[in-house]
Ligand binder design. Structure first.
Ligand SMILES: Nc1ncnc2c1ncn2[C@@H]1O[C@H](COP(=O)(O)OP(=O)(O)OP(=O)(O)O)[C@@H](O)[C@H]1O
Ligand SMILES: [Mg+2]
Length: 234
């Protein structure tokens, strides 16, 4: 298994946020993590990347226990994140933001990676000299995705990639996520837009106040009355 969480509990101070979560992403899968506000979705991604450590339980990559690994080690092992709210360096150019994505792998041979990113996002080639802080929301999302791809990830973690985008851009964004997945990158995607996410994912998990209350193949979840209840029952 590419990624496994085993009975993970994560705390912020005294407050337990994740209540014993187990989930998997197999090589080549696209999995979505659904749930209402404050259910622990971003905390789950932060726990996978190592920004926060679980108090109990394990994070495994390729079956190896990486729970004590630092963030850079995990990125070098193939994880990348498109964080909530993009988190670009606003005073740096598009090009410089993209380059940062490749820093941990030595930042070498960037031309192929730039080509790949510019093929997905032609707009970013046009805007390569522009300060990231002056881009539109949709363009900033492209940079955040491009930056993550620059590290040549095996597993891409995405935290609400369609947040703040117009309906037309949301459609376009989901298509690009599908395209990225089709190139062999595994995906774990947090989304509030359950129907859209399930329509492109292989499987899904539903979080409610730090617990997984439902999981299964995307096609089953799409039909699920429990899914509606899980959201309403928060
Ligand atoms: N650094 C922190 N310190 C203390 N509490 C935190 C911290 N980060 C998150 N929390 C709390 O943990 C809970 C889960 O937050 P999290 O960001 O994981 O939720 P989420 O499911 O991503 O929500 P949203 O859909 O609003 O992004 C929330 O109650 C939040 O206030
Ligand atoms: Mg969140």
């Amino acid at each position: 298994m590419l990624l496994s969480l085993e009975s993970v509990t994560t705390y912020y101070g005294q407050m337990r946020i994740l209540e014993g979560i187990s989930l998997n992403v197999a090589e080549g899968e696209m999995v979505c993590l659904l749930g209402g506000n404050a259910s622990g979705k971003s905390t789950t991604l932060k726990t996978i990347l190592g920004i926060v450590r679980p108090r109990t339980g394990q994070v495994l990559l390729d079956g190896e226990d990486v729970t004590q690994w630092q963030v850079p080690q995990r990125i070098s092992a193939g994880l990348a994140i498109v964080p909530e709210n993009r988190r670009l360096f606003g005073q740096m150019t598009v090009r410089e933001n993209l380059e940062l994505g490749a820093v941990l792998r030595g930042g070498e041979k960037l031309d192929d990676d730039f080509d790949r990113v510019h093929t997905l996002f032609p707009r970013l080639l046009e805007r390569r000299g522009q300060l990231a802080g002056t881009l539109s929301g949709g363009e900033q999302q492209m940079v955040a995705m491009g930056r993550a791809l620059m590290s040549r990830p095996r597993l891409l973690l995405m935290d609400e990639p369609s947040m703040g985008l117009s309906p037309a851009l949301v459609q376009q964004n989901f298509q690009i996520i599908k395209d990225i997945h089709a190139t062999g990158v595994s995906v774990l995607m947090v989304e509030q837009n359950a129907t859209m996410a399930l329509s492109i994912a292989n499987r899904g998990y539903v979080l409610s106040t730090g617990e997984i209350v439902l999981d299964g193949p995307a096609s089953e979840l799409l039909q699920s009355e429990d899914l509606k209840r899980a959201y309403l029952g928060r």
